[in-house]
Design a protein. Structure first.
Length: 391
């Protein structure tokens, strides 16, 4: 339909121009209309045939040559008809045909040259697509053009770049997953081994102080329950399965409650805990989630603070509400700051139980803060500093 409408429009435009420039007679109008219709039919047939040729052809150059050839043939046909109507002599007509043949050869040569540059770029794009399909995501087309082919090449390079980034992230995620399972196995194996030893000692009757063994079993069971609860909570956080209902909350009260809960742990380690807040700081947030965050940060600080030192919890307002937990320990090393909030991440590379914890406290804290739309960060030592901000 578009070809038919285009042909009709071309005939009408040609006749209009002929009418305006030549002021023809009636017979000339009919004759020229017939010529225009014939040429329009030939052009329409060529336009309908070329898509079929392009679909069957295995080389783009053949299609481009066919387009050039048809275009020149149509132009030659028009010129020949026009020359015949001008009553050229045979010699003049032969000269015109020679010139037209030269133009035809020149046009085909130009088409070959132009199509060669195009096909080279298309081959580069095809090679890049093949390499990307084979997993070579670093492949790039190297094509720089301003036309549609260049835009396609740019999009192909952008797709390859995104796939390369995704592949790198997949490798990193796989490494983190292996580290995660290794850490879970380690933190499960230690209390289980202790429980097995205690049970065997009680079963064989070699445990002289049975109460001590039972207390040890109880501590290990509590540790396992805590680890399982933290893993379940972390999985909910990562799955986005948290239902948080923000309400006006006094962060100063939450910090004071966290200090009171963990004060026995701090006293046992000889660590003093203090709250610093110039005024009440109220923000719309989820109190249970924020309370868990403060307890996790405070527990982490107490475990790493040296005996006889102090841990300070500071609550301040300003650009939102900020809670900062600071201890007097060695603090985070610059290399560890970026991974401090990863699951099972601990600055103690030996992962002994002496420092306590399974390395999930900061990861859970970050999950809650992210879910609340805030930000959390750690600062390198000396002195351990972890803070979060809610808006």
């Amino acid at each position: 339909m578009r070809i038919l409408l285009g042909a009709i429009a071309a005939v009408l435009v040609g006749l209009s121009l002929f009418e305006l420039t030549m002021q023809p007679s009636g017979a000339e109008r009919v004759e020229l209309a017939f010529i225009f219709v014939v040429m329009a039919v030939i052009t329409g047939l060529a336009a309908a045939f070329l898509p079929l040729l392009a679909g069957r052809s295995r080389r783009l150059m053949a299609t481009l040559l066919a387009v050039s050839l048809v275009s020149v043939v149509i132009a030659v046909l028009g010129l020949v008809i026009a020359a015949s109507r001008m009553f050229f002599s045979d010699h003049e007509l032969e000269l015109l045909l020679v010139v037209l043949c030269f133009g035809l050869i020149a046009a085909l040569g130009f088409a070959v040259s132009a199509s060669n540059a195009l096909t080279v770029d298309l081959h580069k794009m095809a090679r890049t697509a093949h390499e990307v399909a084979e997993g070579v995501f670093a492949a790039r087309t190297g094509v720089e053009r301003s036309d549609e082919v260049g835009q396609l090449a740019t999009d192909l390079d952008a797709m390859a770049e995104r796939l390369e980034e995704a592949a790198q992230e997949a490798v990193q995620e796989d490494a983190r997953r292996r580290e995660f399972f290794a850490a879970v196995g380690h933190d499960l194996r230690t209390p289980l081994a202790s429980m097995q030893a205690a049970v065997e000692a009680l079963r064989d009757g070699v445990a002289k102080d049975t109460d001590r063994f039972y207390r040890s079993l109880e501590r290990d069971i509590v540790a396992l329950n805590s680890l399982v609860d933290d893993l379940f909570l972390l999985s909910r956080i990562e799955a986005g399965d948290l239902h948080l209902d923000p309400t006006p909350t006094d962060l100063t009260d939450l910090a004071d409650e966290a200090i009171e809960v963990l004060r026995p742990v701090a006293l046992k380690r000889g660590v003093d805990v203090a709250l610093s807040s110039p005024s009440r700081v109220v923000v719309a947030t989820e109190p249970e989630a924020v309370g868990r965050v403060i307890r996790n940060l405070l527990d982490n600080a107490i475990r790493h603070a040296p005996g006889g030192s102090a841990v300070t919890v500071t609550v301040a307002s300003g650009d939102g509400a900020t809670v900062t937990v600071r201890d007097e320990g060695d603090g985070f090393s610059p290399d560890f700051v970026d991974s401090a909030f990863d699951s099972f991440s601990r600055s103690d590379a030996s992962r002994t139980r002496a420092t306590g914890g399974a390395g999930l406290g900061l990861a859970i804290a970050k999950g809650f803060v992210d879910a609340l739309g805030g930000e959390i960060w750690a600062e390198s030592g000396p002195g351990g500093v972890v803070a979060f901000r809610l808006v």
